[in-house]
Design a protein around this ligand. Sequence first.
Ligand code: AMP
Length: 196
Amino acid sequence: MALPAFALFGPPGCGKGTQAVMIKDRMGFLHVSTGDIFRNAIARKDPQAMEAQEIMQRGELVPDELIRDMLSKELSILLAESKDAKGLILDGFPRTVNQADLLNDLLKEHNLNFTGVLALEVEEEELVQRLLNRAKEQGRADDTEEVIRERMRVYREKTQPLEDYYKGKNMYYSAGGVGSLEDVYNRIVPIIESWN
Ligand code: AMP
């Protein structure tokens, strides 16, 4: 039987990564973050990822095909290791309409059943503040104010159109991104349960 999969959707800093870890730990889902895959590939000096490192540091999107290949390899490893998972959370993918098309092939290839995108919506100024705080705590290379503003611009231009794309397919679910971590999580759970 195909494993259910959904994508967490929203701008940088909306809490996708944090909520993904909560869903993983509490509901037994697998979690793949394309940002983490890419950062790990850079850390081990993977030649293809190194070539795209500058793009990421500018706050832009790395080429769709590169992200697709890295995600597919990671999915093969993860799905082979974890046979009793309840489902899969995609975090940071798809980020362009073209990636949404590439996702269809990935789903077939890995025997996944896509249930939709779950959106966390937060105002832009709050996002910038959250990301500046994260910069202090984690020191991520792409968390400077200039790069954060660029990532927001790229989000509006390239990723936001996916909202209408998935609304048109009746696959867009909004959980809101404001409130405590528990508040947001408590709005997410019934949406995931409605997919069963
Ligand atoms: P994230 O950790 O999701 O904020 O991603 C950090 C950076 O990695 C992004 O700003 C992009 O440069 C790159 N990246 C992550 N996921 C994708 C994706 N699906 N498509 C293109 N670039 C990505």
